[in-house]
Design a protein around this ligand. Structure first.
Ligand code: ADP
Ligand code: TRP
Length: 322
């Protein structure tokens, strides 16, 4: 069985970009792979400096995954900071990571360009991510397209380490699902917690409808043809609607007659129904936080065992054992 690993930041409400970009792929691989799923609270610390937000966000993210169908008995599911070995590996890997490699990272550059204050953690973020991946000897890492460059950094570091110190790490492969490569947000840019353009998975009906109605569309009149490939509403509908429905919508776009308001109402109902079961489940889970903590503690024990094996090997390889 292949080892598949991916993580998500508990830095805000999880949204449908996270779901289609990563969570859905992970959950669907539960039966057929050695699955590692974790909540990256140390990464979230690069942007969240609010005790309450981070700690409740972590429990919420755990509830999200379980509500959406992740079964902790069929995978290893934990919180990143519960396995402190990752920090030691990050340091070792940093000493092999050229500054230029990190300076080229789009994610860092974009955040700085958007006015997010740059700190060392934000700059070193890809090294911690490489440590996450390499510590568990992961073979496949499902992520959205935006994380592809970070995966390349992890691969570069793994190869560099192996060349210098002998075969130690599995060199991971990214997996980027086709339909979900980049889920657009309300404004047509990548949907992202940091851009405030998301449709969260677990909004109540009223707020969900409001968000969907706020999707930006152009001002082409109803009866005129429109380009489905350049419309974020169309891209979002495609994630939820059946093939038959999409054929119909496609004809309306190309032939004229697509009324954005009606299509938004359709999208709202589709999203609401798609996540209805998960929403009820999430409420039940959040009402039982002891259970959530127990699940995460069990997951951390399992993850830590694997982490310690790799770290022992690394210490030996680099000369930290004397
Ligand atoms: P955000 O950008 O909202 O902070 P994260 O960086 O925490 O999201 O991403 C968590 C996972 O969800 C990653 O695998 C990421 O690639 C995926 N993801 C996030 N936003 C999108 C999107 N708009 N489309 C596809 N995948 C996404
Ligand atoms: N950087 C990833 C994101 O924002 C989250 C992450 C941290 C991750 N460590 C990881 C994803 C390891 C995959 C594997 O989406």
């Amino acid at each position: 069985m292949k080892r598949i690993l991916s993580g998500i930041q508990p830095s805000g409400q999880l949204h449908i970009g996270n779901y289609f970009g990563m969570m859905k792929t992970m959950i669907s691989n539960m039966e057929t792979s050695d699955l590692y799923v974790f909540i990256v609270d140390l990464h979230a610390l690069t942007s969240v400096h609010d005790r309450e937000r981070l700690s409740t966000g972590t429990l919420e993210a755990a509830a999200d995954f379980l509500a959406l169908g992740l079964d902790p008995d069929k995978c290893t599911f934990w919180v990143q900071s519960d396995v402190p070995e990752v920090c030691e590996l990050t340091w070792v890997l940093s000493t092999l990571t050229p500054m230029g490699l990190l300076e080229r990272c789009h994610s860092y550059k974009d955040k700085v360009a958007k006015g997010i204050a740059a700190n060392h953690g934000l700059f070193a973020y890809p090294v911690l991510m490489a440590a996450d991946i390499l510590l568990y000897q992961s073979e496949i890492v499902p992520v959205g397209k935006d994380q592809k460059q970070h995966l390349e950094v992890a691969r570069d570091i793994a190869v560099k380490f192996n060349n210098r110190f002998g075969e130690t790490f599995v060199v991971p492969e990214p997996f980027i699902g086709e339909t979900s490569a980049i889920v657009p947000g309300l404004d047509g840019q990548k949907m992202s917690k940091s851009y405030g353009n998301t449709i969260p998975i677990f909004l109540d009906d009223k707020h969900l409808r409001k968000r969907v109605m706020a999707i930006q569309t152009d001002s082409t009149p109803v009866e005129e043809p429109k380009d489905p490939d350049n419309c974020n509403l169309y891209a979002l509908l495609k994630l939820f609607a059946s093939k038959e429905k999409m054929d119909e919508v496609h004809d309306l776009y190309t032939g004229g007659g697509a009324a954005y308001g009606y299509l938004k109402q359709d999208l709202y109902e589709l999203i609401r129904d798609y996540f209805a079961g998960a929403r009820t489940k999430k409420k039940e889970l959040l009402a039982n936080q002891d259970y959530l903590r127990e699940v995460l503690a069990g997951g951390a024990d399992k993850a830590r065992e694997k982490a310690m094996q790799t770290l022992e090997l690394v210490r030996d390889r680099v000369g930290l054992k004397y």
